[in-house]
Design a protein around this ligand. Structure first.
Ligand code: NAP
Length: 299
């Protein structure tokens, strides 16, 4: 694992070594492109950070470096579950970047009073008066949870409600929540090796004005096993793609329904690589087809 000092050495990231506040550094850099959250005047940058192992383990040094890099590039969405809700929240408050970050929280208590208490504690830990987004991975209990989430939203303690679940077998159930107007956000999987969401779920979310965050862009690392030892095709440069990680992220971002892709890493070098996918051109339909065919030829 790379620590902060090593990162500064190998990237020559002088900006990070200065005493300038992170928010000031972000202003000097060209920020990530954003996409609007449907039906609002708020937008999210296209690359997000997943619930990193460094956040879960409360590795303050790496977590701090990841947040610095992320904010410096204009990143906003961080997916935080369990202890990460507090470790990321604490760092965000210390760095005075709480308002710059949009945190996707998992909130699962099964009764309204415990849910309320937990929401207030997490919001305070994150330096916010309202949690940006609450969701659950528990599809079966979503409808019961929704009433509790909705009560928090009505009270101003939560801004957006969502469901987060990967797996093609869950797409129909997620689609049902979209059609019934129960969610502001969905989070699900979509990539070259898991492309099924493009058939129905992504267009459905778009038609119903629901924001989409994509998880598993690298299938939790399995994607890199598929492309290991293969040379990135020269034609990837035609859509400003410089690495295999960007190859996957740009394929995902080529879908207009997608707001933000959640990338998980504990490696600052990888975080910079992933953020790079947000810039430049995206592959058109013919290029996406070529990308799919290339990946399929490797499996
Ligand atoms: N709610 C749900 O049902 C659900 C399910 C799955 C995931 N998620 C969310 O989605 C996020 C991402 O999905 P995921 O967990 O499947 O992880 P992922 O982002 O698909 O893959 C993470 C893996 O890719 C490696 N990696 C990342 N960037 C890289 C780069 N530029 N070059 C080389 N390797 C790189 C990481 O290793 P290093 O650490 O070495 O970079 C790690 O092994 C999660 O963190 C979580 O927040 C939600």
């Amino acid at each position: 694992m790379t620590n902060r000092r090593e990162f500064i050495q190998y990237t020559g990231a002088a900006a990070l070594a200065t005493a300038a506040p992170i928010s000031a550094l972000a202003e000097r850099r060209r920020p990530l492109p954003t996409r609007p959250i449907p039906g609002t005047d708020e937008s999210l940058p296209v690359i997000g950070l997943g619930n990193s192992g460094a956040f879960r383990a409360d590795d303050q040094s790496v977590a701090s470096t990841l947040i610095d890099i992320f904010v410096e590039h204009g990143g906003r969405y961080i997916d935080v579950g369990g202890p990460s809700r507090f470790s990321v929240g604490k760092l965000a408050v210390e760095k005075d970047v709480s308002s710059a970050l949009f945190m996707g929280n998992y909130l699962d208590p099964k009764d309204a009073s415990t849910m309320h208490k937990e929401a207030a504690i997490v919001a305070s830990a994150q330096g916010k008066s309202a949690l940006d987004l609450v969701h659950t991975r528990n599809l079966k209990e979503f409808r019961a949870q929704h009433d509790r989430y909705y009560a928090l939203k009505e009270e101003g303690l939560v801004r957006y409600i969502g469901i987060a679940r990967s797996g093609q077998q869950n797409h129909d159930a997620i689609g049902g929540l979209v059609e019934n107007g129960l969610v502001d956000f969905i989070q699900t999987n979509y990539s070259m090796l898991e492309p099924e969401a493009v058939d129905r779920l992504l267009p459905l979310a778009r038609d119903n004005g629901v924001a989409v965050n994509i998880n598993r862009p690298f299938i939790n690392g399995d994607y890199f096993s598929v492309v290991r030892g293969k040379e990135l095709p020269e034609w990837a440069a035609e859509f400003d793609c410089q690495s295999w990680a960007q190859f996957s992220l740009k394929f995902i971002l080529a879908q207009p329904a997608v707001n933000c892709v959640l990338t998980e890493t504990s490696n600052p070098k990888h975080a910079i690589d992933n953020l790079g996918a947000g810039f430049g051109r995206l592959p058109d339909e013919a290029e996406q087809q070529r990308m799919l065919e290339l990946l399929r030829s490797y499996t």
